[in-house]
Design a protein. Sequence first.
Lengths: 284, 98
Amino acid sequence: MEVCLAALFLLSIGWCFSLARRAYGARSDAFAWWVAILLLFIVGVYPWRDYAQREHLLVLAVMPYLVMAAARLDGTVAPVWEAVAAGLLAAVDSRSSPTTCSCCLASKCWSPIAPGFTADTAGAHRPGGRGRCLLRGGLAVHAGLHQQAHADPVRYVSRLYELADPAGRIVAVDSQDRRGDRRLGDCPASAALSRLGSLFIMASVAATVGFVIQHKDIPNQFLPAKLFIMSRLASCSAICSCSGRSAATCPWLPPCRGRDSRRCAGRRLCLLSLSIRAGAHRRE
Amino acid sequence: MSRGAVADRAPRLAGQALGLAGSLLLPVAGGVVLGLTTVYFLAQPVWGDQSWFLYAASRVLDGARIGIDDLAEVNPPLIIWISKLPCGSEDSPACGRR
């Protein structure tokens, strides 16, 4: 068991590191190392008592998918085989619990309307429609592996739409991709919102919705929402940590310098420590 | 050394100290997080759901069928299939298959 979990840790963190490093070539080494360290803290240290729970496995499996989606928003398109592998990993693991598939769906639905979505970014989406392929592949895997899908397909589909409302908007989002290019093509390049951070926020919101829908109030089912929001804070901290070097070394997040830097870093650290404190309190 | 020279050197030294601290921050933070992860990984608490899924996976490997008859389980079967991986070997202690 430990070997399998360690392998998943290595795969997930290593893949995220590789993606963050490739996004801006050799210039983003510091950023990539910070991302790897902070993600390791978030998936390796914080959820100690929930190790290998389905929710923990979900976060490990979905993380490369989210980082790849953020890199795509920045115009870095991963090779097809890698995109398919990340999508399958996320889709297969999302399937371990019925409501967690909403994390991937939410990030996919958010991508075309994200602040960083410009004409160039849209161009990165277009060849082959890889994002759409991934999502459809994920849904196919979802349907293929669900017991109810075989026993009662009509009820299964209606329940899927009921549980993961974004699924109903997939077709609409796909058909709006081109219109989205024009509508958002004029977005200022300095849209000072984090692409990676916004994707994490959407995944966190989706995980929270999944938690609420289940009506079980089991704390570990809220774990993905907490871990995704912590990842968003961690990505902010990563940019603050390397913003002193140069803006180019820190993609995805707005640089913060001088007094603002100290203020925003302090605020983020406070939020991070509050999250950790809340988790520790729960364990007691 | 004159007071002016000291005043000139102070900001430079402070800058060098800050630079050194900044360059050490990444490896130190990385080492601490890696160490904590390793310790937590080796000292895992008693598992809840995971124990059941590992047990269910070992039963499935022994020929039980997921459903009502052999193994009452309402969760989607994928997590049990995934749990078969650590239970693959005959003497896997994770699944009690000694």
